[in-house]
Design a protein around this ligand. Structure first.
Ligand code: SAM
Length: 239
């Protein structure tokens, strides 16, 4: 048997995402509906012809490169966070970013396609992608074939965690109000992201007084978990 040669794919698009760092990005698409982003089509792929008919679909598949971790290599066994980081599973049985080929796939909502000064832009939501993620391909989501209601989802049969309550300090509320016109969904986005409790599994099993920061849009959001296991957002600082 001859082995196929290697392949060289250029990105057809670039993601603009509110998630400016890996920490706190949801583990799968659709978990944070308030996450809105865009895909800017690039070079030869930037033409209206490529997206003719696509706006009829409510959801699309994105095939992308895990560009933020692609140089970090991979191992045959990984510890899925949903198993508490204690059990090892084969990398191909997981959605780990550290894979033999660092390629990811996500279904996201397609809200609109716009063309301005010959630049095609896809407006998406529910994404789980880091800012500047390179897109290799886009395909329509086709429920009759892509959604299998009887599928067995192994060790990933339910959505990841129980959701935590998220509370905002007065300072944080003020910033949210000031930013209302530019970022109308900011409060919802922060709430949905933090409700997932992005801390590593071992931190959730102990008393945790650490103050965490996450980068959303151009804000550093400071928060901690209080003794009632509620998330307190203390500061929202423009970066
Ligand atoms: N839905 C995709 C899949 O199943 O292939 C991604 C799942 S992966 C578990 C989701 C995580 O990938 C996010 O929480 C984030 O930490 C990470 N991630 C997203 N975009 C990335 C990128 N461009 N480079 C590296 N890591 C990324």
């Amino acid at each position: 048997m001859t082995e196929p040669s290697s392949f060289n794919f250029a990105p057809i698009g670039l993601v603009n995402s509110p998630y400016k760092e890996k920490f706190a990005i949801p583990r799968q698409p659709g978990l944070v509906s308030a996450a809105q982003g865009t895909i800017t089509l690039l070079n030869d792929a930037n033409h209206q012809d490529l997206v003719r008919g696509l706006a009829q679909f409510s959801h699309i598949w994105l095939i992308f490169v895990f560009h933020g971790t692609q140089t970090q290599g991979w191992k045959p066994l990984v510890r899925p966070p949903r198993l508490g980081g204690n059990k090892k599973m084969g990398v191909l049985a997981t959605r780990s970013t550290f894979r033999p080929n660092p390629i990811g796939m996500s279904v996201v909502a397609l809200n609109e396609i716009t063309v301005k000064q010959q630049q095609v832009i896809l407006h998406i939501s529910g994404l789980d992608l880091l800012d500047q993620t390179p897109i290799l391909d886009i395909k329509p989501y086709i429920p009759y074939s892509d959604a299998i209601s009887s599928a067995d989802a192994g060790f990933a049969h339910t959505a990841p965690t129980e959701l935590l309550n998220v509370r905002f300090s007065e300072q944080a509320q003020q910033v949210i109000e000031q930013q209302q016109s530019l970022y109308p969904q900011l409060e919802l986005l922060i709430s949905q992201v933090l409700a997932q409790d992005p801390r590593p599994a071992y931190k959730k099993q102990q008393i945790d007084s650490k103050v965490y920061g996450i980068a959303l849009y151009q804000f550093n959001i400071l928060w901690h978990v209080d003794s009632n296991n509620q998330i307190q957002v203390t500061d929202i600082i423009p970066i």
